[in-house]
Design a protein around this ligand. Sequence first.
Ligand code: PMP
Length: 446
Amino acid sequence: MDNKNRVQELTELDKKHFLHPTSSIKQQQEDGPAFIFSEGKGIYLYDVLGNKIMDGMSSLWNVNIGHGRKEIAEAATEQMSKLAFSSCFSTFSNEPVIKLAEKISQITPGDLNTTFFTSGGSESNDTAIKLVRHYWILKGEKDRKKIISRKKSYHGLAMGATNATGLKPFRDFSNTFSPDFCHVDDLSIEALIELIEKEGPETIAAFISEPVQGAGGVHVPSMNYFKECRKICDKYGILFIADEVITGFGRTGKYFGMEHYGVIPDIMCFAKGVTSGYAQLGGVVISKKIHEDLIELSTDTFLHGYTYSGHPTACAVALRNIQVIEEENLIENARLMGEEMLKGFKWLQQEQNIVGEVRGLGLLGAIELVKNQGTNERFNKPLAPLVVNEAAKRGLICRSVVFEGQDTLVFSPPLIINKQEINKMIEIISDSLSVVKQKNYEKELI
Ligand code: PMP
């Protein structure tokens, strides 16, 4: 069968048998898969037709060390051949999970010291939510069960994580509005205090936030914001959870995003970059204080765990991935290339009159599209999705964010990217913006 026929056959099977995550079902039926990927190498993906495309999103903000790394495959093979899986329930353990837990305690800031492992980001946030509620039961403050999160936040799509997610369409989707979840205005400290006072501090278990909001449009708060949040949490006895699912493991130019703000959370959730996507793994790191309280106050079984909590192969992959991040200085590279990317965005701002605010921290970046650079006025219809399509045609994957009236392009390339590749990325974005502008002027859409 030639390649074209193979794609046709796969397309029909995809439409019929595969329900895609976070997708437009109608578009899948009409267009079929945009790409059927078959290989990855460095910052590039290749599809079954041999098309090469730059992975400007590290796939889902996660392939930090880039695609096709043989050393990770070898680490997985070695561990799978020895012991692919064994349980960590009760007091069973295995060597990779112990070593990884130790490594994570070394690289996380402050007294974050002990890790509960999961299979991904949503499970990590669900775990954190259950864990803080359990903690308050043990501390004799059973009423403390409310979780405060921020309005443009994304915390994943398991039940607890969906409830915590501030972007409302994700909750509307399945009518998910459980009690005891509150969403606060994004950047306002006053709004946070007001909400706490209104709800009653004695009913609030924890505040959760991403250091940089990712799926919500790459929003970087002011350097003071989290310091203030931390102070308020301490004042009211509320636990502070950092959702480092995107920002962890070097993405922002530091090991963990909260380090930029000089804030140490009580609990930190991670996933994605811990394995760069080579295996499914996430986790929740708790402070020494919380761990000691749990040890002292627990009287019964800790009734929370997933089959794959502490999966030996996933943990072996994580250890090797972290070794690559450190040996190749990828965190420093993320910082330096992040500066290059932001420089590129600022150049675009001058070259293209539809580029509004640009922002970034390390290799997390965003470009807002506006009708008028002076007034920040938006187009009637968002242009970002059209730019994403044009970029894909020119060999670059990026993403659009159109929630809450935004018209934004976001980027999150692998941490191995170099200056030349950043320039190529900027060139493709520039060409794509020009084409979209042109086409839309013609159609008088703007
Ligand atoms: N938290 C954040 C900040 C995320 O960006 C994501 C995923 N994009 C999640 C949690 C959920 O992770 P997962 O999809 O692995 O469940």
